[in-house]
Design a protein around this ligand. Structure first.
Ligand SMILES: Nc1nc2c(ncn2[C@@H]2O[C@H](COP(=O)(O)OP(=O)(O)O)[C@@H](O)[C@H]2O)c(=O)[nH]1
Ligand SMILES: [Mg+2]
Length: 480
């Protein structure tokens, strides 16, 4: 009996203990609920390497992962090349940890202009990854912006990159195309009623633009039976900086620019003859092949000089260094400017001006900010005085906006017309022409045409190599 009583007592004690345990466990759970680290769980690790030039939107791709509704800040004129940047992202729903290594310097050249490329930046990026114990990449993304396109220089950098990482890297490679679209585009698109098709919207816009153009021209019209003033203009600048579009805009500001292409067209020197009324000018525009990082700028400039002399154009009233606001001012551009003064002679500065293209949607305050950024840049400050004919803006009716029948085209035209007026006034002044001398021009048959190098000619081959299985990720970013 005593044994039985003991057993009952033990059982009761045991039940009490269990109850107490349950209570404590509940309390621990309650406490844990209040703890902010309660979501600790296993995650899948993914390492992504983003490569590409500066200003191709690589950092913006990262922003996009966090908040795709974010409107990007305004484009700056000058970009700084930074070292590799490492960021980790956690996606709780997908139990994913994403490590992104952004390597801006890889596609920028070393200091020595004569060297085609140093792989110092690539090695630096690799060392940084190893230091972070990141030795495996699930994805290697090559980002390029539609406005700058893919240049031959990029191909060289990619080739070098693959040499360093091994060809198997292409199995994990993809191509990211970054499009900067105007915020206004979406607004206007929504405004369009169902009955108003894009075509009729385009027709209406063009009529409106024609009317504005004629009324502006009429206001300026004066009786003038004088012979037109002859002006020669030389356009120099990077590939896709907007030189050809600028010449077309001078001829006809109502023209919608061509659609952006990824690759630069094969070009040779083109000479456009443009006749304008108000003021009455006969402008000969020498549109050159774009300067590119791939070639020795000295040779390129010398070739341009020879071509001009071959075409019997030696006197230039304006020598325009063309840069696009979307690509900004690179510090390599300073080298080009210095090479220009060296190659063409110091007195080029009396006729030198800068044209900043793709500004059709920029307001006056934006243009002012852009100018201030240039004037305050530590490096550009030293060459700004060379642009004795000033820094000017230009633009053209944007193809994408036209394609969607956007109302913004009207305001774009007002800006473009204003820029053109100022530029024609500049050309109308009696500027003393700069004369190209034959001195120092040694006859040489350089092949600076991008199409003439058989080794890097087959662009498609490289794309297939990098974008295995033709994988495209299209990222659309709202611009400011
Ligand atoms: N919206 C806009 N697009 C431009 C402008 N300039 C150039 N583009 C675009 O950039 C592309 C390349 O420009 P292009 O004039 O051929 O450059 P180039 O290589 O310097 O002659 C054009 O086809 C246009 O799509 C501009 O002022 N405004
Ligand atoms: Mg061109």
């Amino acid at each position: 009996m005593a044994d039985y009583d003991d057993d009952v007592e033990d059982m009761a004690e045991e039940a009490k203990k269990q109850q107490r345990c349950k209570q404590i466990s509940r309390q621990i759970k309650d406490l844990y609920q209040q703890c902010k680290f309660k979501d600790i769980r296993e995650v899948i690790l993914r390492n992504v390497l983003i490569i590409g030039r500066t200003r191709t939107g690589k950092s913006t791709i990262k922003d996009l992962l966090i908040d795709p509704t974010k409107v990007q800040s305004e484009l700056t004129m000058v970009s700084e090349t930074k070292g590799p940047v490492f960021t980790s992202f956690v996606f709780p729903n997908a139990s994913l940890l994403l490590n992104i290594i952004d390597t801006p310097g890889v596609f920028e050249r070393g200091n020595q202009q004569e060297m085609i490329r140093s792989d110092e930046a690539i090695m630096k990026a690799i060392v940084q990854c190893v230091n972070l114990e990141l030795t495996k990449f699930h994805l290697v993304c090559f980002a390029f912006s539609m406005t700058a396109g893919i240049q031959r220089d990029d191909m060289d950098a990619l080739k070098l990159f693959m040499d360093r990482l091994g060809p198997e890297v292409s199995l994990n490679a993809c191509l990211i195309k970054v499009l900067f679209t105007n915020q206004i585009k979406t607004d206007c698109h929504m405004e369009m009623t169902e009955t108003m098709t894009i075509t009729s919207q385009q027709e209406r816009l063009m009529q409106e633009i024609q009317q504005i153009f004629y009324s502006k021209e009429q206001k300026k019209a004066t009786f003038n039976d004088k012979e037109p003033k002859e002006r020669n203009i030389l356009l120099v600048g990077r590939q896709k900086s907007g030189k050809t579009t600028f010449a077309k805009m001078l001829e006809n500001p109502r023209k919608v620019c061509d659609e952006l292409a990824i690759f630069s067209q094969n070009e040779s020197i083109e000479i456009e003859r443009i006749k304008t009324t108000n003021p009455t000018l006969l402008i000969k525009v020498v549109d050159t092949i774009g300067l590119n990082d791939y070639q020795n700028p000295n040779e390129q400039l010398q070739w341009i000089r020879e071509q001009c002399i071959d075409h019997r154009i030696r006197d230039f009233h304006l020598i325009c260094f063309v840069i696009s606001i979307t690509d900004g001012f690179h510090h390599q551009d300073i080298d080009y400017i210095n090479y220009m003064t060296k190659n063409f002679g110091e007195n080029i500065e009396h006729n030198l001006c800068m044209i900043i293209t793709r500004c059709e949607s920029k307001t006056e305050s934006q243009r002012k900010r852009c100018y201030e950024q240039l004037a305050n840049d530590t490096k550009f400050r030293h060459v700004i005085h060379l642009f004795k004919q000033g820094i000017h803006f230009s633009g053209a009716l944007n193809y994408d906006d036209w394609n969607l029948g956007n109302h913004s085209l009207r305001d774009q035209f007002l800006n473009v017309h204003h820029y053109r007026e100022k530029l024609l006034d500049l050309m109308d002044y009696d500027i003393r022409a700069y004369t190209l001398t034959v001195q120092n021009v040694t006859p040489m048959h350089l092949s600076v045409s991008p199409s003439s190098d058989p080794q890097t000619d087959n662009i498609d081959e490289y794309i297939v190599l990098i974008a295995d299985e033709n994988e495209y990720v299209v990222v659309t970013i709202l611009s400011h």
